[in-house]
Design a binder for this molecule. Structure first.
Ligand code: IMP
Ligand code: MG
Length: 177
């Protein structure tokens, strides 16, 4: 059996996403930005964030797979889907659900840097700072969270729970991870 406990409510998320959108709107005033969502976890965050950015915004998506089971990653990342358009000279904001070890975003950031964008920033809804193994940080962070496995608002456990409106901690009855 799995139990869910709300960690960040939909109201807290909405307020934070609005704040991040305002910051991005100010930081890129007068410019166009491309939001690049990391499939699939970032889709809900991207959809909400995009509507809080009052600029010329376009979307693109990238997909990676990380080897490992549902809760643990092996550290190997593989590109499954690249962006559809050239990012040369563009203001890119990589949009991700969560920064954990940092392996995924380090890998994606390197791929995107090779496109020679005008600027390259990272927006992460959640940040598990204590889990980081790579020297990477997000420019726009929603919430720093403790080292607990979370689901909802795009985040899954074995593809389940992405549609929960709140970010919840997933606890298994056995208490193991
Ligand atoms: P990283 O490469 O270790 O930074 O891991 C980032 C990826 O791991 C995210 O894009 C998520 O797909 C996944 N992930 C890390 N922590 C969680 C979690 O608590 N819940 C759901 N997915 C997670
Ligand atoms: Mg993900």
């Amino acid at each position: 059996m799995e139990k869910l406990k709300i960690l960040i409510s939909r109201e807290q998320i909405a307020a934070k996403v609005s704040e991040l959108g305002s910051r991005i709107t100010i930081d890129f005033a007068g410019e166009a930005v491309v939001l690049i969502g990391v499939l699939k976890g970032a889709t809900i965050f991207l959809a909400d964030l995009a509507r809080q950015i009052h600029l010329n915004v376009s979307f693109d998506f990238i997909a990676v797979s990380s080897y490992g089971d549902a809760k643990h990653q092996s550290g190997e990342v593989k590109l499954m889907k690249d962006v559809d358009h050239s990012m040369e000279g563009k203001n890119i904001i990589l949009v991700e659900d969560i920064l954990d070890t940092g392996l995924t975003l380090t890998y994606i950031k390197n791929i995107m840097a090779a496109h020679q964008p005008k600027s390259l920033k990272i927006a992460a809804l959640l940040d598990k700072v204590s889990r980081r193994t790579e020297p990477i940080q997000a420019d726009y962070v929603g919430f720093e969270i403790p080292d607990e496995f979370v689901v909802g608002y795009g985040l899954d456990f074995a593809e389940k729970y992405r549609n929960l409106p709140d970010v919840c901690v997933l606890e298994s009855d056995s208490g193991t991870r």
